[in-house]
Design a protein around this ligand. Structure first.
Ligand SMILES: C[S@@+](CC[C@H](N)C(=O)[O-])C[C@H]1O[C@@H](n2cnc3c(N)ncnc32)[C@H](O)[C@@H]1O
Length: 250
């Protein structure tokens, strides 16, 4: 039985925490360092981690001295973020909500949408999320968006992928729909600690080219200021799997 759209079903599953357990503290620290640098806002500033998930970036930003709000639809992941913040001894404001209904205006020095947390809806609703994210910024604030690079995917699409760790085996079957620029996948997860129990999830994400994001940002009064191709600050190009853009009010 389906529990709603794919992004509700996948992220409401406790198993998602196992699927992502390879993102260790070292990875999270490095990526949060990149986020802070790319946003270019000093410690003490207010940062919104939009779709913060289990808080892996939000907690590291809080450790660095930022005032961090994590916003997410998944109560399971928000609970995990709460546990992570408490273990790290940092303050984190955690808010449950849908990014299409983000309520803030002129509140944050930086807004970050990290690790493919954008592009889940139809064209209009994805644009609406951008509008809401832009509205949440103070004058002079910065937005960092990290998505799959569509131009890379077109050339390097891998229809099958798998990975294994001590908890799970993940098998992915992926299709790239060129007409809609959506990457659609089925994930089959085998749980080693539950007698190899098998679960299936769907993923359906809009992938973007730089010119499209530029047009979408401009539509909400934001201007791209910098592009990156990875969270080491490497260059964006057709050889970079990621597309990361920093934008500010034009
Ligand atoms: C791929 S995860 C990334 C999480 C986090 N940014 C990170 O870097 O680990 C995507 C996140 O988007 C959240 N999400 C999905 N749909 C959402 C919605 N409609 N509104 C707010 N958050 C949503 C999920 O719950 C999940 O935490």
């Amino acid at each position: 039985m389906s529990a709603g759209p794919w992004y509700v079903e996948l992220f409401a599953s406790e198993q998602y925490l196992d699927i992502m357990s390879h993102q260790d503290d070292e990875v999270n620290r490095r990526q949060a360092g990149f986020v802070a640098q790319a946003l270019g806002v000093p410690p003490g500033s207010a940062i919104l981690d939009l779709a913060c998930g289990n808080g892996r970036i939000a907690v590291e930003l809080a450790r660095m001295g930022y005032r961090v709000t994590g916003y997410d639809l998944s109560s399971v992941l928000l609970d995990a973020a709460r546990r992570r913040a408490s273990a790290a001894g940092v303050d984190l404001e955690l808010v449950h909500g849908d990014m299409r209904e983000l309520p803030y205006a002129g509140k944050f020095d930086g807004v970050v949408s990290f690790f493919t947390s954008f592009g889940y809806f139809d064209e209009q609703e994805n644009q609406l999320v951008l509008e809401r994210a832009g509205r949440a910024l103070v004058t002079g604030g910065r937005l960092l968006l990290d998505v799959i690079n569509r131009d890379y995917l077109v050339a390097r699409h891998q229809p099958h992928f798998w990975r294994e760790d001590d908890r799970i085996i993940l098998l992915e079957k992926r299709e790239l729909d060129l007409a809609t620029s959506r990457s659609r996948a089925t994930w089959v997860v085998l749980d080693k600690r539950a007698g190899w129990a098998r679960r299936e999830y769907r993923v359906d994400v809009r992938c973007y080219s730089a010119h499209e994001l530029t047009a979408m940002l401009r539509q909400v009064g934001l201007e791209p200021l910098a592009w990156y191709g990875d969270s080491e600050g490497g260059p964006f190009g057709r050889e970079s799997p990621r597309l990361m853009v920093v934008a500010g009010r034009a």
